[in-house]
Structures are given as C-alpha cells and as structure tokens.
Design a protein around this ligand. Structure first.
Ligand code: TYD
Ligand code: MG
Length: 449
C-alpha cells in the first residue's frame, strides 16, 4: 500500500474521487476536480486529555456574548457563544467586513478584546472603513496576515474574547501544500480555527465568500465543522441587506436580521414592514398588499404586477422576488378558473423592497395584483390579501394567520381577505375580515370579476 495516495476533490462542494473526472458527480460542476494530497495527520493530544463529565453537571444554556447589534444578536440566537465558530457567507462586496467591523466596534465598547485578522485588506484600508463607520477603540486589534500558524500564535498571545478571520479563503496553513481556498486548505484551516476557538474560548467569526450561485465557494465541507452558518444577502443595486441563519447549533434558523447599507456603514432596520411598503397616497392599479413570514417575522410587502399586450407567440411571465413556477400556476389559474384572459399578454410581477419570497401565502395577492393591472382597476390601499391558491382556484388558509393580521393591523391596515376555511382567533379589534372561498369570488368583491 502506498503511504500517500493522491485523490481528487471538487473545489465547489468537496466531493472526493480516486480518479480525475471532468464533471463532479455530486454537484454537477464542470472542471472543478483538483488533485489534492492526503491531509496531514492532526495532533489531537490536547482534546484526548479531556475527562468524561456527568451530563447533569453540564449547564443547558451556553454563556453568550452579546454583540450589541440587536439584528445580529437575534440571528446568532441571543449572542455569540465563546469557543464557537461562526461562518458568515456572502457575495463579495455585500458588506461582510463592514458588519464584522461594526460588531467588533460594538463589542469593544462593552469591554471585550477583539482581534481582527485580514488576509484581504491592508491595515489602512480597514482603518478607513473604521473611520467611515465611526469605529475606533484601543481594544480593537488588527492583524494583516494569511499564514494561519502565525495567526494562531498571535491569538494565543493576545487572548481575545472575539476573533474575526476575514476571509477563510485567503488563509494558508503551512503544513498543507495546496493553495489558499483549495478544499484541503479550507478544511485544515477550519479545523485549526475550531481548535483555537475552543482553546482560547473566543467567539470566532469566519468570513467565507460565496459564488454567484450562492454556494459557499468550496467549503460546503466546512459547514459541518462550524457551529453556525449565517448568510448575508442583498442586491447590489439595493441598500437592503438580510442576515439569515442556515445552521445554528445554539439557536433557531428561522431568525432574520435586516440592515440597510448607508454612507456610514450598516444601519439596523427597526421597522421592516414600514421599510418594505411603498407608502402610497392613492391606490394604483396593479398593486396589492400582503403579509409574508420571513423566518418568524411577519412583514407587510407590496406586490406589483404589470400586464401588457404581448408581441410574442409565447407571452412573457417574468417574476422578480417570487418563484417563476408559482407565477406560471397563478396565471394558469386566473385564466382557467377566473376567466382573466392573459393568453396574449406579458405578465411581470415583483415584490417591493428587493425581498425574495418563497411562500404560497403570496398567491392571492399576486393574482389580485395581476387582475388589477389587467382591468386597470386599483385595489383599496387598506386591504391585505392572505391566501394560497390551489389548482382548482380555491383559496386555502395560510399558516400563522393571527400573527400576520396583528402585524398589518399595527401598521393601520383595516381590511383583510382570507380563505373561507380560515377561522382566526384573537383578531385585533376594529378590523374587517372577508372570507372568500375562491379566486373568482375575491375578484368579484373588488369589481375585477
Ligand atoms: P464590504 O464590507 O467590504 O463587503 P465584503 O466584505 O462583503 O466584500 O463592503 C463593501 C461595500 O459596501 C462597498 O461596495 C462599499 C459599501 N459601503 C458603504 O456603502 N458604506 C459604508 O459605510 C461602507 C464601509 C461600505
Ligand atoms: Mg471583505
């Protein structure tokens, strides 16, 4: 048997193979298989000395370090856990470094020592970002370094409460002879950082860049090594940023943090519903209002539709922010079940605020907005539509109806169209609820039938 055997690993997803393949059998990416040396043996001496402990001696709730940025703390599950590894993924330029710098600034204000390691930027670049966001503190230490062994040494000396590694794709562990960002390097660096986080008991944030398709470049492998995976998302041309948990060993994954990128860094959006609503003075044809659940938070958003004569044999159905297959179904149901003739019409549908919604609860609102644009009749501004539409045209109840009603009522919406099968309890006082069995009856109610 050979001592070391070369294997090939996919740079995208980390799938291993004994021979080279043109296409990765796991993720289907082409030309991503690279030769990797076997990993060097890892010293596990420190951890093997740990003695077993009785379960009853273990506290249930981990200690938390509150960052002081509420939107971030909530997504983390109430703050960072010392000794844990948090991966923050996002496209380049979305604001990961800014978020972590502001987090570092807030933490130092509360007396924590923070070490920020950057493999991408010079100290002066970071300092200029710090100036822009108003982050200065003597307890904030910078280290521009890509050699992970060196980083580990410095962190041991400094003993920070919080360690930030920006980014893992630029780090190189000297014992591994592949380039930074390669599968073996990422794995090794993630393991070393996990050991370090436990050893110095620091909340460790690790930045990971994602590709256009939204996959963490390379390290789907390191997702299982880290304790928490957060994604920072948003559109380049929009200032809105959403922080989402994809995995959290210490909290729920249905939490969401909402920020806005401003000239002075990221600002928390305290009333997201108000932010997502295009406040109108008068009703406009082709718009409807709905409440979506983003994680556990109800958000009021506006659906906008435009129906226009088509010059194409196959008219366009263009969805932005909602699923295009869902839109195809909604258009078909309108055609067949409600006699809204869209066969020679292009249909465009979007959601305000650059949000991406995957909920069927949006169906009724989308159908109403399309019909409203088609007939050029505006829907009342104070009305919220909540319902999933089945292929038969029936309106089905949606989950968490009460929470959605409460959020919209808080913002002053007084009228609701819901499924006739839905029987919400604890309805806010002063609102009117209209129960409709199907899409046709809802259209008739608003003069669109
Ligand atoms: P950055 O945090 O460097 O992104 P990442 O680390 O994810 O690559 O943020 C980059 C973008 O944010 C850049 O295009 C400029 C913008 N920005 C602002 O609009 N305002 C600010 O105060 C800062 C610091 C950045
Ligand atoms: Mg950055």
């Amino acid at each position: 048997m050979k001592a070391t055997r070369s294997i090939y690993a996919c740079e995208e997803c980390g799938e291993g193979s004994a021979q080279w393949l043109g296409r990765c059998p796991a993720c289907g990416a082409f030309g991503t298989m690279r030769e990797e040396r076997k990993e060097p043996a890892r010293g596990r001496a420190a951890s093997s000395k740990r003695a077993p402990i009785q379960m009853k001696q273990v506290g249930e709730e981990p200690l938390r370090v509150e960052v002081g940025i509420a939107e971030l703390d909530r997504v983390l599950g109430g703050g960072g856990v010392p000794g844990s590894l948090v991966l923050i993924g996002g496209e380049p330029g979305i604001g990961k470094s800014t978020l972590l710098l502001q987090a570092a600034g807030s933490l130092t204000k509360h007396g924590f020592r923070v070490l920020m390691v950057s493999g991408e930027e010079s100290a002066s670049q970071i300092a200029s970002r710090a100036k822009r966001t108003g982050t200065t503190s003597p307890e904030l230490y910078l280290l521009c370094e890509t050699d992970l062994e060196e980083v580990i040494e410095r962190a041991r000396e400094l003993q920070p409460h919080i360690l930030v590694i920006d980014s893992i794709q630029t780090m190189r562990f000297p014992g591994v002879d592949s380039s930074p960002g390669a599968v073996n390097q990422l794995k090794e660096c993630a393991f070393r950082l996990q050991e370090l986080a436990k050893e110095i008991d620091a909340v460790t944030f690790v930045v990971g860049h994602v590709t256009k398709e939204g996959a963490l470049a390379g390290p789907r492998l390191i997702e299982h090594i880290v304790d928490c995976v957060l994604y920072f998302e948003g559109e380049r041309f929009d200032s809105l940023r959403i922080l989402r948990a994809a995995k959290n060993r210490f909290g729920s994954v249905s939490e969401l943090g909402i920020f806005e990128m401003t000239d002075a860094g990221l600002r928390e959006v305290e009333d997201p519903s108000a932010h997502f609503m295009d406040r109108r003075d008068r009703p406009v044809a082709g718009t409807s209002r709905v409440v979506v659940m983003e994680g556990r938070r109800p958000l009021v958003v506006e659906v906008q539709a435009l129906v226009a004569p088509s010059k194409l044999p196959t008219p366009k159905r263009i969805a932005s922010g909602i699923d295009h297959r869902r839109l195809a179904i909604e258009v078909a149901v309108l055609e067949r079940k409600a006699k809204v003739r869209l066969g020679e019409r292009d249909v465009y549908v979007g959601v305000s605020g650059g949000l991406k919604v995957a909920e069927p609860a949006l169906d009724l609102g989308v159908c109403m907005a399309i019909a409203s644009s088609h007939r050029d009749i505006a829907l009342p501004l104070d009305t919220i539509f909540l319902g999933e539409i089945s292929l038969t045209g029936e309106i089905r109840p949606v989950s968490r109806t009460e929470e959605r009603l409460r959020e919209a009522a808080r913002l002053g919406f007084g009228s609701f169209v819901i499924s006739s099968k839905s029987k919400p309890r604890n309805v806010p006082t002063g609102i009117r609820i209209h129960r409709e069995p199907d899409i046709s009856s809802s259209l008739v109610r608003f003069g669109l039938g």
